[in-house]
Design a protein around this ligand. Structure first.
Ligand SMILES: [Zn+2]
Length: 476
């Protein structure tokens, strides 16, 4: 009988914080400036320059810690992690090893067998490195220090995950918490959230952990899932052949769907950590912690409960709407304007999601305003426009955030409910479709649908369908 294996996975997640300025200087963190324009002596590692800690970084890190059930270290410290790399001008990175800001937390994920707690070992603050650009034409490498000193938190989980599904549920949970806190936009593709996967396999029933490898360069949930499957199989194959798994860092190549060894995995002692002499310890007072707690926004779990109570919308709707902060914000703002929560939810879940899919967009890319969605809902609700016109106008709102009142007026899209006008159009339709009229009179109820359709066509879609039906039946 072949052996049964279990996969053991822990994650190190780096998240770029949404501060306006860098962690130790006042340079902008804005993405995409010309190379080396957001730099100063501190973030380019000039001798004699001194770091000054950005207060907002501490507040975001503590906020994430509180939301993930961590205990907050009231006197935390920074340490130097020494290593040479061309994108790291100081030859060290300021990070936290001995006294990280948050410890011993957890988040809960949903799995097919129920809720599972994933432990968080610690969260620490650190600075990002610059970026190397390898120019193949000129056969040289260039360095851009704009990202050097951008604040990061690293969230280190316990090795509590057993499958790619659990890893993705955990990442999704973290992403939502952090987005709700406003601490980061957490975009994997743009690198504001990066996950390194530590994976080992062991025989089912074994208490001892196998040798782990670390995989880097995973920039989508799909890549993470594929990399986990690939690495699990690679390690099982080695063990089956009686060969050892080597502790190393591997780089996942999503195009080739395989990984290759990058370097042997370092231990802490390889970095010769020592306390950062240029920064004093960070003391988080009772008052400061209370201030941070008081500012914690409502998170998804709380929103779900409130939506059902306050807006009386189905659980299914609430789940979908709160699956992104952007969507939840849109829902609440639009509902506040028009007072019709279920209608707002329908527009978001049906038409909005449909168009997002069509245009390959994420909720964060939505540009339309709650004002214009509320106006559209009011127009449709009052019968000023019919449902097919409403969909057409919504597409304009979705794409260009147009003002529906103005658009309907300018394009003459108001529903025609003038009986006299409708009656004369319908008389013409009846006169030119004798076959359908006869079918209807001979008991074929469905034939009326064709006549309604012809009338709507003649009215360019702007007739009130209820009224058309009523007049047709009367005339027939
Ligand atoms: Zn700077």
């Amino acid at each position: 009988m072949s052996k049964q294996y279990e996969t053991v996975i822990g994650l190190e997640v780096h998240v770029e914080l949404a501060t306006k300025t860098k962690i130790f200087c006042s340079c902008s963190t804005e993405f995409g400036g010309a190379p080396n324009t957001h730099t100063c002596p501190v973030c380019t590692g000039m001798p004699g320059s001194l770091p000054v800690l950005n207060r907002q970084v501490v507040e975001y890190a503590a906020a994430v810690g509180l939301a993930t059930n961590c205990s907050i270290t009231r006197k935390c410290k920074f340490d130097r992690k020494n290593y040479f790399y061309p994108d790291n001008p100081q030859n060290y990175q300021i990070s936290q090893l001995y006294e990280p800001i948050c410890r011993n937390g957890y988040v809960e994920i949903d799995t097919p067998s129920g809720t599972k707690k994933i432990g968080i070992h610690e969260i620490h603050m650190e600075e990002d490195a610059g970026k190397l650009i390898h120019d193949e034409w000129e056969d040289c490498s260039l360095v851009d220090f704009n990202r050097s000193g951008v604040p990061l938190i690293e969230i280190v989980s316990e090795p509590d995950m057993r499958s790619a599904d659990e890893v993705i549920a955990y990442l999704d949970k973290l992403r939502l918490i952090i987005q709700y806190l406003g601490a980061s936009d957490c975009k994997l593709q743009e690198g504001s959230m990066r996950a390194d996967v530590n994976l080992s396999v062991r025989e089912v029933g074994s208490e001892k952990l196998g040798t782990r490898t670390e995989m880097k360069n995973l920039n989508s949930f799909k890549a993470i899932a594929r990399a986990i499957e690939g690495e699990k199989e690679r390690q099982i194959e080695l063990l089956e052949m009686g060969r050892p798994v080597i502790q190393e860092t591997r780089r996942w190549d999503d195009n080739k769907e395989s990984s290759h060894a990058m370097r042997s995995k370092e231990d802490a002692q390889d970095y010769r950590y020592f306390p950062e002499p240029d920064l004093p310890p960070v003391i988080i007072s009772d008052e400061w912690l209370e201030e941070i707690k008081a500012r914690q926004p409502e998170l998804r779990t709380e929103k779900l409960i409130r939506y059902k109570k306050e807006f009386d919308i189905p659980d299914y709707d609430a789940q979908i709407i709160t699956s992104s902060k952007k969507m939840a914000d849109l829902f609440e703002a639009t509902t506040a304007l028009c007072g019709k929560p279920k209608k707002v939810s329908n527009w978001l879940m049906v038409e909005t999601m449909h168009l997002m899919k069509e245009h390959d967009m994420e909720a964060d890319d939505l540009k339309f305003s709650p004002e214009n969605l509320a106006k559209l809902i009011d127009l449709a609700d009052a019968g000023t426009i019919n449902s097919s016109v409403a969909k057409e106008v919504f597409e304009k709102v979705f794409l260009d955030d147009i003002d529906p009142d103005q658009y309907v007026e300018e394009h003459g899209l108001k529903t025609v409910s003038d009986e006299g006008a409708l009656r004369s159009v319908i008389e013409q339709v009846i006169a030119s479709n004798p076959q359908s009229v006869e079918d209807y009179r001979n008991g074929k109820e469905k034939a009326i649908g064709f006549l309604v359709g012809q009338t709507m066509k003649a009215m360019k879609g702007k007739a009130n369908p209820g009224l058309v039906n009523q007049i047709l039946k009367e005339l027939l």
